[in-house]
Design a protein around this ligand. Structure first.
Ligand code: HEC
Ligand code: HEC
Length: 358
């Protein structure tokens, strides 16, 4: 989807939802605009009192995760080992898990990540949970998929600072790795491509159905009253215009500051990372566009935004309302939406963590 056309769509959606919002409690039949609206748009609340229209629309714009995913168990275990192995970094200090801790929402919970030799990185580390469902990888979408993505951090001087030939040579000194790759990848054995494949198989297994998924499958009681109110608001104020689909995000590029200038409000100097998608396409129209992040596990992945500038989830919600929707949400609304966002965290599957070494 092209960003510009999506933005128009967002505008239209916001207009529609604002209209609906202001009508709550009115006599709809006497409203002249409402009378001109197509008949199908109006639904009498009393026909389905237990599922308000906002929640039905929410169920239509989000999609539940599968309850189980298929994967090759032995490749997943090999990938899990590699993901947690500091041998991938030049000085044996960092693994993928250093910045994507499986027990900390798949992130490092820093404003921006720390690379080898203590280098402070340019951008906040996103969660690896459910990353298979992102339409592209990285904030600026520069990797098409998980296999392409895994090539980046290893060879990035600011992250693991290594080279792929050196990684292959290092791992080749381990008889266990050599044997595992020979068995699982009879084609090439231990190669850079196969290392990245095993890591991707592991990441593809990091799928975490949450209370929201039971709710999306029809169980109204999977969310408590506050979360359900938050879900209604999330839909009615327009968050679903961008955070939609199976990953509640992860499906398009959108401007940070679609309605109000986020970077002016932030008040700190612009960085290269702030340019977002522009850094890939060098088109002015892509300035400050980012992949809409998944909101799955979002309660665990603070500080928030590409710059780690939001220090509480409530902060992030308030800012989104302001800069993406032009709405100054009230404190109780922010609190309810944040409560809903906390229902997007699912339990970590037991196989996701490395078993203690024996
Ligand atoms: C030094 C910290 C660090 C290390 C080590 C690291 N990452 Fe990351 N990872 C990041 C940061 C920061 C980003 C976001 C970078 C960007 O978008 O420009 C990221 C992005 C990602 C993404 C994209 C997620 C999304 O939503 O777009 C995936 C997947 C990922 N990393 C997996 C890995 C794997 C696999 C490894 C090991 C081979 C690894 N990372 C090593 C910090 C790290
Ligand atoms: C116009 C599209 C759009 C709308 C509407 C929108 N968002 Fe976002 N959202 C984004 C983008 C893009 C980002 C990433 C921005 C960044 O990091 O600079 C984001 C980031 C977030 C984050 C931080 C995630 C993280 O991992 O750091 C949260 C939380 C969030 N949005 C919640 C909401 C809520 C709640 C609403 C409704 C009040 C909302 N968003 C409306 C596009 C949107």
């Amino acid at each position: 989807m092209r960003p510009q056309s999506t933005l128009h769509m967002v505008g239209a959606l916001v207009a529609v939802t604002l209209g609906t919002f202001s009508l709550v409690g009115c006599h709809r039949s006497r409203d002249p605009d409402r009378a001109r609206a197509p008949a199908t748009e109006y639904r009498e609340p009393s026909t389905q009192p237990e599922t308000p229209a906002e929640l039905r629309r929410l169920r239509a714009s989000l999609q539940a995760l599968p309850e189980h995913v298929e994967f090759d168990q032995r490749k997943m275990e090999l990938g899990r080992q590699l993901f947690h192995d500091t041998a991938l970094s030049i000085d044996n200090t960092l693994s993928c898990a250093s910045c994507h801790d499986i027990n900390r929402g798949g992130t490092d919970r820093r404003v921006s990540s720390l690379g080898v030799h203590g280098q402070v990185g340019p951008i906040n580390s996103p969660t690896v949970f459910n990353s298979r469902y992102n339409f592209v990888q990285f904030w600026d979408g520069r990797a098409a998929d998980l296999r392409a993505q895994a090539a980046g951090p290893v060879a990035n001087p600011g992250e693991m600072g290594n080279t792929w030939p050196n990684v292959v040579a290092t791992l080749a000194r381990s008889p266990e790795y050599v044997a595992a790759f020979r068995d699982l990848y009879p084609g090439g054995g231990l190669t850079d491509v196969n290392i990245r494949d095993a890591i991707a198989v592991y990441e593809e297994a990091l799928v975490t159905p949450a209370p929201v998924d039971r709710f999306l499958r029809g169980d109204d009681l999977a969310l408590n009253d506050e979360q359900r109110e938050g879900a209604r608001l999330f839909e009615s104020v327009g968050c679903t215009a961008c955070h939609s689909g199976i990953n509640i995000g992860g499906g398009s590029f959108q401007k940070m500051g679609a309605v109000r200038d986020y970077f002016a409000l932030r008040g700190t100097p612009l960085t290269t990372a702030d340019a977002g998608r522009f850094n890939v396409t060098h088109r002015d129209a892509d300035q400050h566009f980012f992949k809409v992040p998944t909101l799955r596990h979002v309660a665990e992945t603070g500080p928030w935004f590409h710059d780690g500038h939001a220090t509480t989830l409530e902060d992030a919600v308030r800012t989104m309302g302001a800069v993406q929707l032009g709405r100054d949400l009230e404190a109780p609304q922010v609190q309810r939406i944040a409560a809903f966002l906390r229902a997007l965290t699912g339990p970590i599957p037991a196989y996701a963590t490395l078993p203690p070494s024996t």
